[in-house]
Design a protein around this ligand. Structure first.
Ligand code: BEZ
Length: 439
């Protein structure tokens, strides 16, 4: 029987009086950038600044989240600045042929011009995919300007040669909109063709600015490594909430060849892109016991993540065979691994890790309620949300959410704020815990 998924549907709400958005454009050394401001600046509070993923703009990426009912408690307390990457704003003209689109680093370098124009001193960034990367880059270069980051589906690494091979092979058979949809959503979601998928397929496929979108896509694929290192010179200094959906896009999935014994994983032989392996299989046929009957492997891997893996091969038994070990191909969601890796490179006392169930590739679209709840905890941890603002559901779930095991094996130090704050911050400091939450 097909699994039923609980998906929160958001209705479009009319804006309250005084909430008329204002759209501005500013010139930067890398061209003009457009952004839309909702709400009015609040004294002693940062602005929430959003950056969308490839194929979307601020509205298609963030409207379902910011118009979600429970989000009202947040938006009443913060002014929002929604940035559209150049050429992604509604009605944007197509760039002339040969136009040099900014790199992701240059897109990050445009943000100071926006904040200077608005005279805003600090922000809490909310970014998805490419937008998450851009905001992280901005936070690395301007640590004093960023009070916190919510990073959804970030991949902090440059594409490796294996990713490039898979990307090039996919490009031979897929159109740009298909590749972008494959970046945004999982294959399961795309083939399920829900109303949401139909809507976003339509948005991406029929975008009048598709040429511009392709330029942003190219910049994303040419990103360089963020080079994050825990405790090193290059690390995010602010509280970070890393969010990943549990169903990452299939094409990006990663396969590891692993030895498993009676007590769990023994060792890893190597990592491959699943898209690459599938293409390789199509081109060269099945290799030695690599693509065989599928069976789910239960259990947890050493990173504390529930394995979303499945056995692809019945296992060519290697040198550890005699000791009862078996060799498996294990499929990991790439986004999940990128977040785990990213999490491992960030300060554990400042980072929360949220793996969201039943959310597909775009949790902010499919689970705005869960994300709003997590965002409230995050803001609360930073001292910006009084606990009286938390929904009844949030308050009753605080204990379970804050006691989950951390990815690096530590137990989280749970803390629930109960003080209220009229304006400004609570005397609490940053979240100060690492947690993995499967909602
Ligand atoms: C906001 O209130 O921030 C918002 C409203 C509609 C779309 C996107 C954001």
């Amino acid at each position: 029987m097909a699994e039923l998924q609980e998906v929160q549907i958001t209705e479009e709400k009319p804006l309250l009086p005084g909430q008329t958005p204002e759209t501005h454009s500013v010139e930067t050394p890398y061209g003009s950038v457009t952004f839309t401001v909702y709400g009015t600046p609040k004294p002693k509070r940062p602005a929430i600044l959003t950056y969308h993923d490839v194929g979307l703009n601020y509205k298609s990426c963030f409207q379902p989240l910011f118009q979600f009912g429970d989000m009202q408690e947040i938006i009443q307390n913060f002014v929002r600045v929604h940035v559209d990457a150049p050429g992604m704003e509604e009605g944007a003209p197509v760039f002339p042929l040969g136009y040099q689109y900014p790199s992701l680093d240059q897109l990050a370098d445009m943000i100071p011009c926006i904040l200077q124009y608005l005279n805003f001193s600090t922000v809490i960034g909310v970014g998805v995919g490419a937008g998450a990367y851009i905001l992280s880059r901005y936070a690395l270069t301007h640590p004093d300007m960023v009070e916190g980051l919510v990073l959804i589906n970030i991949d902090p690494n440059a594409k490796g040669w294996m990713d490039w091979a898979a990307h090039k092979l996919t490009g031979l058979t897929s159109s740009i909109p298909e590749m972008i949809l494959g970046h945004l959503f999982s294959q399961e979601e795309l083939s399920g063709n829900s109303e949401l998928i139909q809507k976003y397929r339509n948005i991406v496929t029929h975008a009048p600015n598709l040429e511009n979108i392709e330029l942003y896509w190219n910049s994303y694929n040419n990103r360089r490594d963020l080079n994050l290192e825990r405790g090193g010179a290059v690390t995010l200094k602010c509280p970070v909430m890393l969010v990943v959906g549990d169903q990452a896009p299939h094409e990006d999935a990663v396969v590891s060849r692993e030895f498993w014994g009676g007590r769990g994983r023994v060792g890893v032989l190597g990592w491959w892109s699943e898209g690459y392996l599938a293409k390789r299989q199509a081109l060269f046929g099945t290799g030695r016991a690599t693509m065989g009957p599928k069976r789910l492997i239960p259990g947890k891997n050493e990173m504390g993540m529930g394995l979303m893996g499945k056995e692809l091969g019945s296992g060519s038994l290697g040198p550890l065979e005699g000791r009862g070990h078996r060799e498996y191909n294990v499929i990991h969601s790439a986004s999940c691994l990128h977040q785990v890796e990213c999490n491992s490179k960030l300060d554990p006392t400042q980072t929360s890790f949220l793996k969201m169930a039943d959310s597909g590739g775009q949790p902010q679209l499919t689970q705005p309620g869960k994300l709003t709840e997590a965002f409230k905890y995050f803001l609360q941890g930073m001292g910006y949300m009084a606990s009286s603002c938390m929904t009844r559901l949030s308050r009753s779930r605080t204990a379970s959410l804050t006691s989950a095991a951390s990815v690096d094996g530590n137990r989280s130090r749970s803390r629930t704020l109960s003080q209220s704050s009229e304006s400004g911050t609570l005397p609490s400091g940053p979240p100060g815990h690492t947690m993995e939450v499967s909602c």
